[in-house]
Design a binder for this molecule. Structure first.
Ligand code: ZN
Length: 411
């Protein structure tokens, strides 16, 4: 078995682990070094560092301090890797920690993070998903069970100083256009809750004040939340610093395209077994600005879907011009309304769309004024028939079963 180069103890705070960090900064020292061709295992916390618990209250989802995320394992230095190279990462396998065979999904309060459908689901809610081998099901969302498409939501290499400065400049510029927006347009650096790995003293404080937050995907990859970046896939990352500095975290047991619920997919603590190699000068050779990847040879084999269309006309009937975001939102809302006819609450339906291997497609972007997005719902994950028929939906008896909800406390 490969060596486990980074271990995490789920009974200890993530901030006590020097091989973990929650900001992107070129000065974070490598946690460990490997050679091209090596395979090794990194353990990871869930993205919140264990804040969300396996219980029947959404208070933790409501109260979580989002300035603390994401807790990433690394950076791993790769010998011979230099700026301009491509780092090749094979995700040989990904799994949940033995002592933690469960994950969570939830919706943040609109006042603390929000989500894709936050105007429709403004309160914190949570569902817990149990793992049985490669399958998952939830005591809060009955009637579905499906195979995990296990993947890291977040993986990438350290930026150099120039790239970090670009990120901060453009994101602070965006925030300045509407500084009081709730939820905010972006998250600026925030030193108070930065965890900078092994860094200490003044150098640490300086880096903490300028380190990029981990929420958005960027040129280096990062928090892309691509469900198809699953175990068995091969990724080619741009390298910006000597040694590359590969970090990974935010493992998902399963996720629908878009990770629409934001808190998040089925989030879990776990481990990643990976192998690395280097393509010298690969960024220029292949014109690479953002990572590219090859999919896994093994994915859940759902073949039958019910596909919901959405167009860029919003809930109030307002016409938008080729807006794919609006169109995908309509496809999601259409699927939720449909599933409610079978006995689900809107929250349960939303949770299914955020966690199951749902596909999202940009179907048309030229037919002015409407773009068309489609949401592909696998029918085989349900233990009853969800197809339309002239007999009408067979309403399931889900009474008394729902996701815990924790409305904001009165201020
Ligand atoms: Zn996640």
């Amino acid at each position: 078995m490969a060596d486990t180069l980074i271990k995490v103890d789920l009974n200890q705070p993530a901030t006590s682990n020097e091989n973990v960090h929650n900001r992107w900064h070129p000065d974070i020292p490598m946690a460990t070094w490997v050679k091209p061709g090596d395979d090794f295992i990194l353990e990871t916390y869930d993205w919140t560092g264990g804040f969300i618990k396996n219980n029947d209250s959404a208070d933790d989802v409501r109260d979580v301090d989002l300035s603390t995320v994401h807790y990433l394992s690394g950076p791993v230095g790769v010998e011979t890797a230099e700026p301009g190279d491509l780092l090749v990462v094979d995700l040989l396998d990904v799994g949940a920690k033995d002592e933690s065979q469960w994950g969570f999904n939830g919706f943040f309060s609109k006042n603390n993070g929000g989500g894709f459908l936050t105007d429709h689901f403004p309160d914190a809610q949570k569902s817990i998903w149990d793992f049985k081998g490669m399958f998952t099901s939830s005591r809060h969302v009955p009637g579905v069970e499906y195979a995990g498409l296990i993947h890291p939501g977040l993986i990438g290499c350290l930026p150099d100083h120039k790239l970090l400065a670009e990120w901060n400049e453009r994101e602070l510029g965006l925030i300045a256009t509407e500084p009081d927006r709730v939820p905010p347009l972006a998250n600026p650096p925030f030193a108070k809750t930065a965890h900078m790995g092994k860094m200490k003293g003044e150098a640490r404080d300086k880096a903490a004040a300028e380190g990029a937050r981990t929420v958005p995907p960027r040129e280096h990859g990062g928090n892309c939340d691509i469900k198809d970046l699953s175990r068995g896939s091969r990724i080619f990352f741009p390298v910006y610093v000597k040694g590359a500095g590969l970090s990974v975290g935010d493992l998902h047991f399963s996720q629908g395209d878009g990770e629409i619920t934001f808190c998040g997919a089925i989030e879990m603590a776990g481990w990643v077994h990976m192998r690395v190699s280097v393509i010298k000068g690969g960024m220029a050779t292949y014109g690479i600005k953002n990572p590219i990847f090859k999919p896994s040879p093994i994915t859940p084999n759902y073949k039958d879907y019910l596909i919901f269309e959405g167009i860029s006309v919003d809930e109030k009937g307002k016409q938008h011009y080729l807006d794919v975001n609006v169109a995908y939102r309509q496809a999601c809302l259409n699927a939720i309304e449909y599933l409610k006819k079978f006995g689900y609450s809107g929250s349960q339906a939303y949770s299914i769309l955020g966690t199951a291997p749902v596909q999202g497609h940009i179907s048309g972007v030229v037919d002015i004024p409407n773009s068309c997005a489609t949401l592909w719902l696998p029918t085989e994950i349900f233990n009853f028939d969800i197809n339309p028929s002239s007999a009408g939906p067979v309403v399931q008896n889900f009474k008394g079963i729902d996701m815990p909800i924790s409305p904001d406390r009165k201020k």
